[in-house]
Design a protein around this ligand. Sequence first.
Ligand SMILES: [Zn+2]
Length: 287
Amino acid sequence: MAAVKGIGGERKPMASHATEPVRGIEWPDRARAIVCVTIHVDGPAVEAGRGQNDLGVNSRGRYALRRGIRRYLDMLDRHAIKATFFCCGYDAEHWPEPFHEIHRAGHEIAAHGYQHEGFDLGEREPELLEKTHDILAALGQAPVGWCSPSGRKSRLTLPTLRRLGYIYDASEKDEDIPYLLEDGFMILPNNTVSLDDFPMYFSGGASAAEVERNFVQELDAALGRDGYVHLTVHPRAGGGSGTPARAAAVDRFLAYAKATPGVRFMTCRELAEYCLGDAARWQDARS
Ligand SMILES: [Zn+2]
């Protein structure tokens, strides 16, 4: 395994643990690991959903629109990586230009609530999913993926998404690899422990170096095993990775992953479509 250059000079990927069985997963081009880069924009929709104005201490979401999104578009362009941007309908409705830039750059736009609703919406949920869907579709391509804000999900969520033509949900935390629901809907699990910047910064008080190290360790652990790395970063200020030093940590991780042999980047949509191309292989991965 070749050493690749990262922060602080040369470093070798960690040795994998030989005792854990490797499941018979075949990734495209015989890749050893798939990395899905997901950018959760979380603009002022978050504050609006809480009934706050978006000024002063509550302007961290505005940072995503003013600085964060473009910082990430530049970064992804330099690395030639296509990412999935999970977007709130409210943000794209009120500040459409950054979202047009995301679409024009060829990234996937997926749905992430209207005002980042992290609570049960009851019977209003289908209406808000449809509203967000229409706003995001007007940017140029109808979304086919959804990730729950704050992990909330109800009995109405998936039936509504199926009706709107969605093919995957990236909200679950119950597996290391994608899996298929009985009706042909893909679940692309995320890892909100050590592959999501927000809880590490916001709840864990981590430094940028610690967050970067967690990302690297997750990739190293996935190599040659299940090989699925679902990265979640937020271009906002506050708990996100929009600001310079935290964005630089993400930048270095992407460089590390790019330089690691056998790593392939896919958008969530590309991954879901790949899995659905041979759907039977992905059934009931939890058993
Ligand atoms: Zn979010």
